[in-house]
Design a protein around this ligand. Structure first.
Ligand code: SF4
Length: 177
């Protein structure tokens, strides 16, 4: 039987949700019997592949790269999971939203810089005007709140999906947990 194709994606987040995923510890061996991890910061794939069954997405959509990536991920994923408060509410990245983008750039690249201050024009993708949750850009199939969601919750969600059931997380996690 072919394995389920699993991916994880890191947008504008702190990596804490991915750390929580890794905290499933030895249960990752149970998962590995059923899934192939085809794309993730944890593996070497550089391009998000086609025909992905389940994708966990950490972080908000904050810049142009995030936007292009979440659109590609949605096109190529059957079940898209919004993992963690940043992906669901913008949470920490959204703290810049009351400020003008120009002021954010000035704070990061001019006011606190002593050597060659200036906004980068290469490599660093342009910010969007606001940091926003992913469901404002693409449909999301499963929402898993938490900052971060616990390893137990993430394992439960994946196990339920692998068994063909829709996970019910309302008693297992909450915003800010
Ligand atoms: S939800 Fe919390 S742990 Fe996850 S990326 Fe955001 S700040 Fe980090």
């Amino acid at each position: 039987m072919s394995k389920v194709r699993l991916a994880t994606v890191w947008l504008d987040g702190c990596s804490g949700c991915h750390m929580s995923f890794l905290d499933i510890d030895e249960r990752i061996l149970t998962l590995a019997e059923k899934v192939d991890l085809v794309y993730s910061p944890l593996v070497d794939a550089k391009v998000f592949p086609e025909h992905v069954d389940i994708t966990l997405v950490e972080g908000a959509v904050s810049n142009e790269d995030d936007l292009h990536k979440i659109q590609l991920v949605r096109e190529r994923t059957k079940t898209l999971i919004s993992l963690g408060d940043c992906s669901i509410t913008a949470n920490v990245p959204g703290m810049r939203n009351p400020f003008r983008t120009k002021d954010v750039y000035d704070r990061a690249y001019r006011e606190n810089v002593t050597f060659d201050p200036g906004v980068p024009t290469q490599v660093v993708p342009p910010l969007l005007p606001y940091s926003r949750p992913i469901h404002e850009f693409v449909p999301v199939d499963v929402f898993v709140p938490g900052c971060p969601p616990s390893a137990d919750t993430i394992f439960y969600v994946l196990t339920e999906l692998l068994e063909g059931r829709q996970p019910e997380v309302s008693t297992k996690t909450r915003f800010g947990a």
